[in-house]
Write a protein that binds this ligand. Structure first.
Ligand code: AMP
Length: 398
């Protein structure tokens, strides 16, 4: 059996896990422990396509959930003994973590320190790391940072035009997120183009519940839409993306919002959800707008408008474009969003092949543009595989 990596993505109330074949990227076993700390905690997983759900006791914490995941692994002896390392997705690596690294007490402390920039995520990661060290004491544990892919951004791209001291003293700058996904699909695009990644100018759009878009010049990220936090940039499921910062001060000074209320408004009640007043789910909005719902149509139109603006500006940055890539739940599956976006870019030399656009969904990857167009790909992302490969590299080859 090939060697496998246990990839963990620990959130504040959930742990996503996958056993990844480091050679092929396949995931024979994957699942999620969710509602941790609540009364309806549950562990769901699928093994070779067969789904199982286990109720966990009330208020199950990360440590108990990882012990339960460990017990599931024990039932699959051969698979368990093929696991050689644990890879943790860590959202914020700040400027300190330029690349993935083996976790030692200093690294753990560094991740905890960065919690001031991503409190929900990084503290949950530390809890997950400590629990995984207890549950799998014999396996090397590696941290793979969402932000590391964007270390190549030049300073003039990652700085905000604020007083420089805020950057120097408090690290206020653009960091970028979804790095493993942009990394994966850019390399897949280079493969489809039959070119070395270093020869490729690409724009990769990760469109899911969170959305980000990255400009890649000669294989290196030079700009990206998410910023100091994952709030900046595109319209997302429940996040507003780009906005005049004065809206925040107006809400506080004139409408008596607290800082926490502004944050909740912009992160959890805005985006597709906020505009449509219906749903953050692109599928629901597509169905509703087809039935004539104006709010659903407006939300989708705003989503596409912002996306088109970013694509245009990133074409200006990367120079002659080799390919535009769609990924993430919406990018991989929504023929509608892809069609609406590309229709607005016709004057820049883009056009879709209708059949390819309709058929390249649900895990299929490939070209969706027609023969006259600049290349457009839809690529099923595999962030876990990037994490697994980095984990093996750090644990055994670095
Ligand atoms: P993610 O966060 O990457 O899992 O993506 C979630 C988003 O993908 C949600 O807005 C879903 O509605 C959207 N999505 C998933 N499947 C489809 C589909 N077949 N058509 C349109 N949107 C989809």
């Amino acid at each position: 059996m090939n060697q496998h990596v246990l990839v963990l993505n620990c959130g504040s109330s959930s742990i996503k896990f996958a056993i990844i074949d480091a050679e092929t990227g396949a995931a024979p076993l994957q699942g999620i422990a969710e509602n941790l700390g609540a009364h309806n905690a549950q562990l769901r997983y699928s093994f070779d396509g067969k789904k199982t759900a286990i109720e966990l006791s009330d208020n199950t914490n990360h440590k108990e959930a990882l012990a339960s995941i460990g017990r599931v692994l024990k039932q699959h002896d051969a698979l368990q003994s093929s696991i050689i390392a644990v890879g943790h997705r860590v959202v914020h690596g700040g400027e300190r973590f330029e690349q993935s690294c083996l976790i030692d007490p200093l690294v753990k402390e560094g991740i905890r320190d960065l919690a001031k920039m991503a409190p929900l995520h990084n503290l949950a990661h530390v809890a997950g790391i400590e629990s995984a060290q207890d549950a799998f004491p014999d396996l090397p544990q590696v941290a793979v940072f969402d932000t590391a892919y964007f270390q190549t951004l030049p300073k003039h791209a990652y700085l905000y035009a604020l007083p420089y001291a805020l950057y120097e003293q408090h690290g206020i700058r653009k960091y970028g997120f979804h790095g493993s996904s942009h990394h994966f699909v850019s390399h897949e695009a280079a493969r489809l183009l039959n070119k070395g990644i270093g020869q490729c100018n690409l724009i990769t759009a990760h469109l899911g519940n969170g959305c980000s878009i990255t400009a890649i010049k000669q294989g290196k990220a030079i700009d990206t839409s998410m910023g100091f936090t994952p709030l900046e940039g595109l319209v997302m499921g429940t996040r507003c993306g780009d906005i005049d910062p004065s809206v925040a001060t107006f809400l506080i000074e004139s409408l008596d919002y607290s800082a926490a209320q502004v944050s909740a408004l912009m992160n959890k009640q805005s985006g597709l959800q906020g505009i449509s007043q219906l749903s953050n789910d692109c599928r629901t909005l597509e169905e509703q707008q087809a039935l004539g719902n104006e709010n659903a149509k407006l939300a989708l139109d705003m989503f596409v408008h912002r996306l088109v603006k970013y694509i245009g500006s990133y074409i200006a940055l990367v120079g002659p474009l080799d390919a535009l890539v769609f990924t993430g739940g919406i990018g991989e599956n929504s023929s509608y969003i892809r069609q609406q976006t590309i229709a607005q870019l016709a004057h820049m030399g883009f056009s879709l092949d209708e059949t390819l656009n309709a058929e390249t969904r649900f895990g299929r990857s490939g070209r969706i543009s027609d023969a006259t167009s600049k290349s457009v790909f839809a690529i099923a992302t595999n962030e876990e595989w990037v994490i697994a490969k980095d984990t093996i590299h750090c644990a055994f080859k670095a």
